[in-house]
Design a binder for this molecule. Sequence first.
Ligand SMILES: Cc1cc2nc3c(=O)[nH]c(=O)nc-3n(C[C@H](O)[C@H](O)[C@H](O)COP(=O)(O)OP(=O)(O)OC[C@H]3O[C@@H](n4cnc5c(N)ncnc54)[C@H](O)[C@@H]3O)c2cc1C
Length: 370
Amino acid sequence: MWDLVVVGAGPAGASAALAALQARPDARVLLLDRANFPRDKACGDGIAPHAVDVLTGLGVDAVPSDPPVRRLRLGFVTGLPVSREMQRPAYVVRRSEFDARLVAAARDRGATVRRQQVRGLDTRADHVLVDGEPARVVVGADGANGVVRRLARVPGPRDGTVALAIRGYAPVDPDRAGEQVITFAERGWPAYAWSFPLGDGTANVGYGEVVTAGRRPLRAELLARLDLLLPGAGAQASDWRAHHLPLSSGRPRQPDGRVLLAGDALSLVNPLTGEGIYYAVLSGALAGRAAVDPGVADDPGRAYRRAVQRELGRHLRHTSVVAGLARHRPVVEAGVAAARRRQSVFDDLVELGLGRGLLTPRVLAGLLGR
Ligand SMILES: Cc1cc2nc3c(=O)[nH]c(=O)nc-3n(C[C@H](O)[C@H](O)[C@H](O)COP(=O)(O)OP(=O)(O)OC[C@H]3O[C@@H](n4cnc5c(N)ncnc54)[C@H](O)[C@@H]3O)c2cc1C
C-alpha cells in the first residue's frame, strides 16, 4: 500500500511528492508520469518569484541564481506601453530543465519515480486503486487534459474558461532583449503574445487566446496573430508546441475524499496572465502535505480544499472579477495607463497576474479613473 501515488510529474506532481516527503520522510510515495524526464512542455517558461519561494520552502534550488530579465513591458500594438522594473525579478527557464530538476529532487528525497501512463482509477472505502495498485491517497497532477479528474467524475472547466496557446524558441530580437514583453490582442481578451528572453540569446515566443464554444483556432491562425502582435518574433522560431490552459474561474472544485487534484488538473491557471506554475507548485505542496497528515486521514480532500481556500481563495475570486472586467478593452487600456503613471499600480497588477495579489483600491481607482 502506497501512502501516496502522484499521477503526473510536472511542477504540481513533483511538488506534491516533495512536500509529502518533507512532512513525513518515511512515507511511501510513488510519482508516475507517462513521459521520461527531461521532457518538453508547451509553456512560456516564465517562473514567478512566488513559485521560487514555494520551491525554496520545499528545499529545492530550481532556478539559476541570476534571473535573465527584471523589466516587463505591457501594452497594445498601438498606443504607449508601460515598461517598468518588477519589484522582484522573474525567471525564464526551459521547462525541460525546470521540471527535470524537480523530479530529480523528488527522487533524491525518496520518491519512487516510474514511467507509466495511468488509465484506471478505482475508489474504495479506505484506499484508491491506481491501475490496480493500492494507495491511501492519490494526487491527480496530470495537467490540463488529465485522466484523474475525469475518472474521479469531477466537473471540468466551464465553456469559455479554457485557453489555447502556442510557443516556440527564436533568436531574441535586440529590441526585446532586455525585458519580458507582452502585447495584448485588440479583441477577445484574455489574448496576448509574449517574448520572454532566456538569457542565452534565445527567447520563448508565443501567443494564446481563450477558446470559445466549438471554435478551436488553427495553428496557422495562432502564428498569424503572434506575428500581428509581435512582428517578426516567430519568423526564425522552431520547436513549436501548443497546449490547453484551464483558466481558474474563482472556485476550485476539489471534492471530499482520497483523490486530490492539483495544478492544471484543478484548473488553477491565472485567468489574467495564463500563469500556472506558481499555482501548480503551491497547490501540489498543499496536496502533498494533506495526503500524509494523520490528523486529516479520514478526509484529506476536505482538508486540502480548505488549505487551497485559505491560501488562494480571495486572490482567485479577485482575479476572476478582474478577468471579467478586462474583457473590455478600455479597462485594459486604463490599467496600462495607470501602471505607466504609478509604479505602485504596476506592482499591484504584476502581483495580481503572477502571484496572489488582490484588486487593490489603487488598481481599482486606476481602472475606473478614466
Ligand atoms: C503555451 C503555454 C504557455 C504558458 N506559459 C506559462 C508561463 O510562462 N508561466 C507559467 O507560470 N505558466 C505558463 N503556462 C501554464 C503552465 O504551463 C501550466 O500551468 C503548468 O505546466 C501546470 O503544471 P502541472 O504540473 O499542473 O501540469 P503539467 O506541467 O502539464 O504536468 C502534467 C504531467 O502529467 C503527465 N501526465 C498526463 N497524463 C498522464 C497520465 N495519464 N499518466 C501519467 N502521467 C500523465 C504529463 O506527461 C505531464 O508531465 C503556459 C501554458 C501554455 C500552454
